[in-house]
Design a protein around this ligand. Sequence first.
Ligand code: B12
Ligand code: SF4
Length: 513
Amino acid sequence: MNSSKKYTLFLISPRQRFINYPAHSELARMFGKRRLMIPLALPTVAALTPDHYEIHIYDEEVEDLPRNIKPDIVGITTLAATSVRASELGDRFRSLGSKVVFGGPYASYNTAEMLKHGDSVVVGEAEGKWEECLRNFESGAMRQIYDAPGFTDYKVQKAPRWDLVNMKRIFQVAIQVSRGCPFNCDFCLVSKIFGRKMRYREISNVVEEIKAAPSRYFFFVDDNLTINKRYAKELMKAIIPLKISWGCMCSLDVATDEELLRLMAEAGCFNILIGFESLNPDSLDHAQKHHNKGGTIYAEAIRKIHAAGIHINASFVVGFDNDTLEEFDRIFAFTLEHHLPNVNLHLLNAPPGTVLFERYQKEGRIPDCDTELGVGHFPTLHYMNMSQIGIFDKYMETVTRLYSYPVIRDKGTALLGNGAFIREGGTIPAITKMRLSWITVKEYVFTRDRDRRLLFWFILKLIRQKKVAIDKGLGFLLSMLGYHRHIRKNWKNMDFYRKMILQQDQGPWKVNI
Ligand code: B12
Ligand code: SF4
């Protein structure tokens, strides 16, 4: 231990048993990395920690925890998806004599449960509360709960401590420029954790952070990067000279402003995650997601985003009370019609703390199941018109269809064939390029799968015709392969998953009332 430091602190993101986002595992592996990015909470909380702490950041998805160091204090970030492992780690470190503090979305709304495995919970934002917790730790007077009304000012943020993260093992860094969400969708925690009033960082503060970051690849974790279009345009203008590549999340109305879209593309945006959530208007009403309507508006908006050379990660949720299994087919057809190859399909779940959780709990519709199943591809509720096994089987059938090579080929050639994706993305090191080219050839040429080979030749033809940039063509093939591999892995575990689900299945909820 560095002798000028008085205390050792571990900041940990626990291992996730059930992986959903394939891009975070399979795609990272293709890049020779362990994970695309690590949770921003870890370097952010590290930046709030005083200098006399020797800080070690561990994301268990990236590396194992060392067995030979006993930290003085441990901070663990939690999601529903990591809650069981977080408790295990809490018990383990407490048995070693370390103090254990939990934070993050799961612990914030399950304080009593997490306090069985730790000494303290920091509720909601860390800023201010974490520093107080550490002062109390040093004086031997830690409280169990650190909570305070209101939110941090957030105009200027200390740069996250990326210097403590082994960047060789991750691909991109997360960055956040705003906090809050004016909406209040009932399955979401964001407006509870960060409030309904939007807060924005000064753009100069964001630019400094980007310049100092150890990667040129970023993901803006803001829930809606473009909700304030004036701020978004200023931000884009400021980051254009920085020559970075990035993805983000925003709502579809970004497409109503073509100047903004153009600026985003110029500033390096290659991918937007859009929460369509549902194509069933009754379900959107049901979820309080009133701001997300409109079939024809969807079509036009998608066309404009694609025309700007930006990919869409289309996110959908099935399982609202008005949904039936037909919803899956509707989503499948929609993504085919609008050339959306990257689809994140989720089953509705209700993390503790959400309005939905309270309601479903009152109605007795939350089975006593493992909280870590709440990653979006397992049933964790009793659904109104669908049995748990019914919705799960249909989910698996739909993702398998969505990522079958003939379907990917139809979508991919329509999407990439119009010439909008001709601009090169960020610079990739030569060694990575070689690695990716080799994986592409190995997987797409030396394969018995005719559909896969055909897809490769289609994309190659588009590259030769100068309709798509090489890196974008390769990127497309590899991300599709990532999804495909992930789904194949899930099929291998199907017997286990189905057995687990059948144990808690009570059939469609309406037959029980
Ligand atoms: C980026 C993101 C993702 C990325 C993950 C990327 C990554 N590896 O980081 C992707 C797109 C893959 C993703 C996926 C999903 N996500 Co997500 N995601 C987010 C999002 C938008 C930003 C997270 C972030 O970086 N925030 C910025 C950091 C700084 O905030 P923070 O983590 O909350 O940390 C602050 C405090 O909580 C606290 N804190 C956190 N940890 C700790 C630890 C200590 C010791 C202390 C003191 C304090 C502290 O201090 C920090 C600074 O103030 C959040 C919403 C949000 N606005 O936060 C949802 C969110 C985390 N996701 C959520 C969910 C549910 C999902 C999904 C299941 C999708 C779905 N069906 O809704 C999937 C699958 C998740 C999985 N793990 O498998 C929920 C989590 C709910 C829960 N209880 O688990 C959130 C809160 C959104 C929501 N719907 O309510 N997600
Ligand atoms: S789902 Fe999106 S729009 Fe709805 S409350 Fe959450 S962050 Fe806001």
